[in-house]
Design a protein around this ligand. Structure first.
Ligand SMILES: [Mg+2]
Length: 306
């Protein structure tokens, strides 16, 4: 099995592969766009997949946008997309709390506007978003007046992350019954031109370090986002593929879920990374296939139609 992995998709192999797929799960950053620029040819690919009746879903670890904000961005960059096709960690965190743990209580949120809106949409009260200015000193911080209704701490991307917020999280998480949930653990957020900024993983590690606890992670490589797609939309695993740019999140999740995987080289991971996992026997991080860009699938897809 291992020897047949990591094949370049082109020509006849590409045509056979596309004919065997009904549902395509796409990561977004590094796959469909970089920062605010679409990967050339990616919108045409998505729109053609849909025109041919294939189902497309967007699975992203990024917690800075709601489903609606994602659908807006996709539309602006030329992709046909509906909010119901977007499974981001802001939305999936709210689903996890509402449907999986049937959460009753308030959330202390380290996160931004999108997470706040998705929690609101799920009817989950929360506090914490926005700046938290420094007041008092050590003994005030250790004795802050906690809200007794807070039963969970959620950590997502928060540009206002601070020592004050870290302290609130610690004070709540000292109660072992307080849930501890992280949207994702990506260490960096990649931007155009190879630039990057610190990702949510940096904030999560910081809270974990303070709390002496490990967060329950919603994002890839956890299978929870995939489970949300299955539950809400249904899919046939043998006719589904996960397309991503990261081996440790996208490809690992696809392997865990038992679906085929396709690495695209427009983002984070390289072909050398994949080969080195293959050599080390870490097969769950070796994709079944790879392409230089998702746009490489367009010629084979266009021929399907004839
Ligand atoms: Mg990505």
């Amino acid at each position: 099995m291992a020897a047949s992995k990591c094949s370049r998709l082109s020509g006849e192999l590409s045509r056979r592969f596309l004919a065997s797929v009904d549902t395509v799960l796409f990561d977004c950053d590094g796959v469909l766009w970089r920062g605010d620029e679409a990967v050339p040819g990616a919108p045409e690919l998505i729109n053609e997949l849909k025109r041919q009746g294939k189902r497309v879903f967007y699975l992203t670890n990024n917690s800075t946008k709601t489903r609606v904000m994602y659908a807006d961005k996709l539309g602006r960059l030329g992709f046909r997309a509906a909010a119901e096709e977007v499974f981001g960690t802001a939305y999936c965190t709210a689903v996890y709390l509402r449907d999986i743990v049937q959460f009753r209580g308030k959330v202390y949120l380290i996160g931004g506007r999108a997470l706040s809106q998705e929690l609101e949409g799920a009817g989950i009260p929360h506090l914490g978003p926005g700046p938290d200015p420094v007041t008092g000193g050590f003994s005030d911080w250790a004795g802050v007046a906690k809200d007794p209704d807070v039963k969970a701490v959620v950590v997502g991307f928060d540009e206002h992350f601070s020592y004050m917020k870290l302290n609130w999280a610690l004070q709540y998480l000292q109660d072992p019954s307080c849930l501890f949930i992280a949207t994702n653990t990506d260490t960096r957020l990649p931007l155009e031109g190879g630039r990057a900024v610190p990702g949510t993983g940096c904030l999560v590690r910081s809270v974990e370090t303070a709390a002496h606890r490990k967060a329950q992670v919603i994002g890839k490589p956890s299978s929870f986002i995939y489970d949300c797609v299955v539950k809400e939309c249904g899919l046939e695993p043998s006719r589904t593929v996960m397309v991503g740019d990261r081996l440790d999140t996208d490809i690992q999740m696809g392997s865990t879920c038992g679906i085929r995987t396709l690495l695209t080289l427009t983002g984070f991971s390289s072909l050398e990374d994949a080969k080195s996992h293959q050599e080390n026997g870490s097969y769950s991080m070796v994709p079944d296939y790879y392409v230089d860009s998702v746009a490489d699938l367009l010629p084979a897809l266009s021929e399907q139609d004839h």
